[in-house]
Design a binder for this molecule. Structure first.
Ligand code: GCV
Length: 824
């Protein structure tokens, strides 16, 4: 407490200059503590460090402690080869410790004990565990305590993980691209082989170990058969080598057709003895080279992947044939529960993708070998902005199951929006499935945590400084699912940005509210994300999920909105839950507002528990969401000088973009629902933009007005595009004189760098290049972006002229200009 107070006082004195930081070190920066705080630790911390084992994990732990103490306290721990009469930090397994100290305890595998103890008059800090991994996690635990200014004076702290399997999936392709990766190319692969330089793999291993992650599959679950080829296995062994010092086992995603496509058999039937023999010999080959190989991840019979259905076999047949090959080596197979038909007839009201996981696996409970783990996405669809907990969690009594969470923000604004997923994951983990009418939160049902991470070679790993909080949160929850999202994000923020309480408050507020905010301006009430689900999963495209076989339907039409999944009149999905949960969802009277449109189809005027109609909620939440991002931006600006310049600017640019993009979402979704429902916004905002001058209404020189698809992507459904060397668009300002901000909404596609210049009364006030790499080649909601020209003195009658110079296939397209009072 004392240390914390001192830290707060110290943080009030702003540092004269802050070091530039890239984000590479994430939460493991070990930035110098304020002197007053540091001196407290210097007086308690022993000056020497001793490891009693000799394995790589204890060595990593020792190096990490030296590095952390040096960074935070400017002291270099002295390495001693054994315990002496001098105070020391002593690292060892319980067996090793017992030979020196009279300390005994029972600690589960991977758990640790931090213990202050005295031997021959010297005061030591012992970090001990049942295994070397535990020693490593304990070392990170001690460093975390120092970074968070917690007392280490009289340590007696035992911690152990909630689950033994805490894995990462990377969806990296062998050519170096990453499916749904937003932080640059793969750190593992390039051009069909393993990268020469694996330094980043080592550093990633360190990050993972710091939050106790102990396995990582290194290739896409849409697996390339070649990953099991004999040429690649020795290369994969190099990755295993880079991870080994951090206790992270390497694993692979495999293609179920491999016995045929790679092995040359004429079948991959799981019940065919030649197939079983092939898996056995392939697995033996891997373990000869990688003795601590973790196992496989398998996506079968899903989204075009082959699976046991080819031969009329079950998922248990498929999982077991591979599991039996892994079993003698201690390997496991994660068999993905993400199995569904993506060619469903959308006209059939009984068809429902949400039912698929349960329908596919429920009957197979008890038929899986004990080294099979069914890997279940948090919700029944696919990482949407809000889904109920997957009913499959409650349906497997005799089968090991793991929860699959997506760290990479595929449906959450990718690297461009700040969305901390901790609160969402917590909701699923805490959700009570009421099995046999007893409290059964999901967190008690799962034996493993799997996170789809998808870091890349971007300096800050995810392409967004704030996204690192999701990896941190995933790891911390895998260790202790009881931690609150608030606690996690507080830890992350203080380690990542330092202990200035002003920074902590602003960042924690943003992170903790960001999921709700994102939901507010995308798909609230259980509508799902409303993004382009057949394309990039990024921009808004309300109808993209309808009229196709993918099953992410929200069923909004002129009469109402939402998917009837009730037992009484709908698809019966709700009946997959235990009877107490079913009762809550089945009745509109008890179904929570947040999921009402996931579970039911209602008229737009349906009154929610909040008292609002469904349609008014949609309108209001979109305005609220966009306003909240604008507030994040203001709050971040107030941190200038308190955060190092580089990360300050990075996050500033990201939030400026997000604030503009939230308005794109707001208008697109609201206009779409307004048109479809015909119900006006009671607050009169939707469809009315008095401060906005549509580009197509300007005087155009060379620019041509074109309809945009989908129509809701652009204001007035139209943009202007330039097919000449240079085009202009101009208009007269008719408002009151004063300081104004000009918000220019333009389109920045991937394939070109257009140039824009803007004049007010013949004075050039700004110019910029559309050089971003947004995930589209089209003029649409994904490329729609905003330039703000702050504080222009406008007079009635001023001409505002924009010049657009296209480049490549980019047409210097413009949507509108909005003129608002200048921000203070
Ligand atoms: C790797 C979603 C994603 C796919 C992903 C799939 C899965 O559909 O959009 O990119 O494929 O989930 O989890 O297998």
């Amino acid at each position: 407490m004392f240390l914390r107070k001192l830290g707060m006082v110290a943080a009030l004195l702003l540092p004269a200059s802050l070091n530039a930081e890239t984000g590479y070190d994430a939460w493991l920066r070990y930035a110098p503590l304020d002197d007053a705080v540091a001196s407290q630790y210097r007086s308690t911390l022993p000056p020497t460090i001793t490891i009693l084992g000799s394995g790589p994990l204890q060595q990593s732990a020792q190096q990490e402690l030296i590095r952390g103490v040096h960074g935070m306290l400017s002291r270099t721990l002295r390495v001693e080869s054994d315990v002496s009469n001098e105070p020391s930090i002593v690292l060892g397994t319980l067996d090793q410790i017992r030979r020196r100290f009279t300390l005994t305890a029972s600690i589960p595998p991977d758990g640790y004990w931090l213990k202050s103890t005295t031997l021959n008059g010297a005061r030591h800090i012992v970090i001990t565990a049942a295994n070397d991994s535990g020693v490593l996690y304990g070392s990170f635990g001690l460093l975390r305590k120092v970074a968070l200014h917690e007392s280490i004076a009289e340590l007696d702290e035992k911690q152990s993980p909630a689950v033994s399997i805490r894995w990462i999936n990377q969806w990296d392709n062998l050519n170096g691209t990453i499916e749904r990766g937003y932080g640059g190319p793969s750190i593992f692969w390039e051009n069909g082989h393993v990268r020469e330089d694996l330094k980043r793999v080592n550093d990633y291993g360190r990050m993972l170990a710091s939050v106790s992650i102990n396995g990582c599959s290194i290739n896409n679950v849409n697996a390339d058969t070649r990953v099991l080829s004999s040429d690649l296995i020795p290369q994969i062994a190099r990755i295993a080598g880079a991870f080994r010092a951090w206790g992270v086992k390497v694993a692979l995603a495999v293609d179920f057709g491999s016995p045929k496509t790679l092995g040359g058999l004429d079948t991959y039937d799981p019940l065919d003895p030649s197939v079983a023999a092939w898996w056995k010999s392939k697995v033996d080959e891997i373990y000869r080279v990688i003795p601590d190989f973790g196992g496989f991840v398998l996506k079968a019979d899903s989204e075009g992947r082959v699976g046991p259905s080819t031969y009329g076999r079950t998922h248990a047949d498929a999982a077991n044939v591979v599991a039996r090959a892994l079993k003698p080596h201690g390997g496991v197979i994660f068999y993905r529960g993400f199995v569904y038909d993506h060619h469903m007839d959308w006209e059939n009201p009984k068809n429902d993708r949400a039912r698929a996981a349960y329908d596919n696996f429920r009957e197979l409970d008890g038929k899986f070998d004990d080294n099979v783990i069914i890997q279940i996405k948090n919700g029944p669809i696919d990482f949407q902005v809000r889904e109920p907990a997957s009913p499959l969690f409650g349906a497997l009594d005799k089968t090991r199951e793991a929860i699959e969470l997506q760290i990479t923000q595929e449906y959450f604004g990718q690297a461009r929006h700040l969305v901390f997923l901790g609160p969402m994951w917590k909701e699923t983990l805490e959700f009570d499935m009421r099995i046999r009418d007893r409290a059964t939160p999901v967190k008690k049902l799962v034996a493993g945590f799997v996170g789809v991470s998808n870091v890349g070679t971007n300096e800050n790993w995810y392409g967004n400084q704030m996204s690192q909080a999701n990896l941190y949160g995933f790891g911390r929850l895998g260790w202790n699912a009881d931690l609150t999202a608030g606690r996690i994000v507080d830890e992350w923020t203080r380690q990542t940005f330092g202990d200035d309480p002003v920074v902590t408050k602003a960042v924690v507020d943003m992170q903790l509210t960001s999921w709700r905010t994102y939901e507010n301006y995308t798909g609230p009430l259980g509508l799902q994300t409303l993004t382009d689900i057949v394309g990039n999963h990024y921009g808004v495209a309300v109808e993209a999920s309808e009229r196709n076989g993918w099953g992410q339907w929200h069923k909004a039409d002129a009469n109402g909105v939402g998917f009837d999944r009730s037992v009484a009149t709908g698809t019966g999905f709700i009946g997959q839950y235990s009877s107490s949960v079913m009762k809550v969802y089945e009745s509109l009277a008890s179904c929570p507002d947040d999921l009402v449109l996931f579970m039911h189809h209602v008229p737009y005027t349906y009154k929610l528990h909040s008292g609002k109609t469904a349609i008014q909620h949609i309108y209001d939440s979109h305005y609220e969401g966009a306003e909240t991002v604008a507030r994040y931006l203001r709050n971040w600006k107030a941190l200038k000088g308190r955060v190092d310049d580089d990360r300050y600017k990075d996050v500033l640019a990201q939030l400026e973009y997000q604030a503009g993009q939230a308005v794109v979402w707001r208008d697109a979704v609201n206009n779409w629902f307004f048109k479809e429902s015909g119900v006006a916004d009671t607050k009169g905002r939707v469809g009315r933009h008095p401060d906005r001058i549509e580009a197509e209404a300007m005087t155009l020189g060379g620019y041509v007005a074109k309809p945009v698809t989908p129509w809701e992507s652009a204001s007035g459904a139209t943009a202007i595009e330039c097919a000449e060397a240079t085009c202009t668009a101009s208009f007269k300002y008719n408002g009151e004189p004063g300081w104004r901000d000009l918000l220019v909404q333009y389109f920045d596609q991937q394939d070109g760098v257009s140039h824009f210049r803007i004049w007010v009364a013949n004075q050039l006030v700004d110019e910029w290049f559309a050089a971003d790499r947004l995930p589209t080649r089209k003029v649409d909601s994904s490329s729609s972006t905003r330039r703000t020209i702050h504080g222009v003195a406008l007079r009635k009658g001023d001409e505002i002229r924009i010049e657009g110079i296209p480049d490549g296939r980019e047409t210097a397209a413009l949507d509108y200009v909005e003129i608002v009072a200048a921000e203070n």
